[in-house]
Design a protein around this ligand. Structure first.
Ligand code: FES
Length: 154
């Protein structure tokens, strides 16, 4: 992050101002900063100040969280943007498209789980062998009985 003058520092936003304008708690902003999602400038007294653009960055983070994107993934996505750049409308278009695909995949997984749960309602066996929710990755079972990996012709 580039060094700024005391005059520039005085024009930046305090964490309280960012919290008030973004609707995000101060503790959450500090958390985002420890995770590298946002950056602040510090003066000699170790006071933090944020560039105005942080508001858009926080908005992107909040929207992504709302659709269930993990923070680590948000961090990775923001890292793909040039250093310190606020996500532009075009950036947001790319990120949201990618996250829509992830969201579609998550919805599909949840729908599958819901359908499997239907078979469990009123059952209670929780059997490793028979319950699809206890053994959700037994996808080979859907191909039929027998050693599917050892005998692909089966
Ligand atoms: S609890 Fe019996 S099939 Fe899931």
């Amino acid at each position: 992050m580039r060094k700024i003058t005391a005059d520039e520092f005085s024009k930046l936003l305090t964490v309280g101002e960012v919290a008030a304008r973004s609707g995000v708690a101060v503790s959450a902003l500090h958390f985002y900063e420890t995770k590298g999602l946002i950056e602040s400038h510090r003066n000699r007294g170790n006071q933090r100040r944020y560039a105005r653009e942080v508001l858009r960055r926080v908005a992107v983070i909040k929207v992504a969280q709302r659709v269930g994107v993990p923070l680590a993934e948000i961090h990775a996505a923001l890292k793909t943007l040039p250093q310190s750049r606020t996500p532009t409308a075009a950036d947001w278009g790319v990120l949201s498209e990618r996250w829509k695909d992830d969201l579609d995949a998550r919805i599909k997984r949840l729908q599958n789980l819901r359908d499997q749960l239907d078979g469990c309602i009123g059952c209670g066996c929780l059997s490793l062998e028979n319950c699809p929710l206890r053994n959700p990755w037994d996808v080979l079972a859907e191909e039929g009985p027998g050693p599917r990996l050892l005998d692909p012709e089966n």
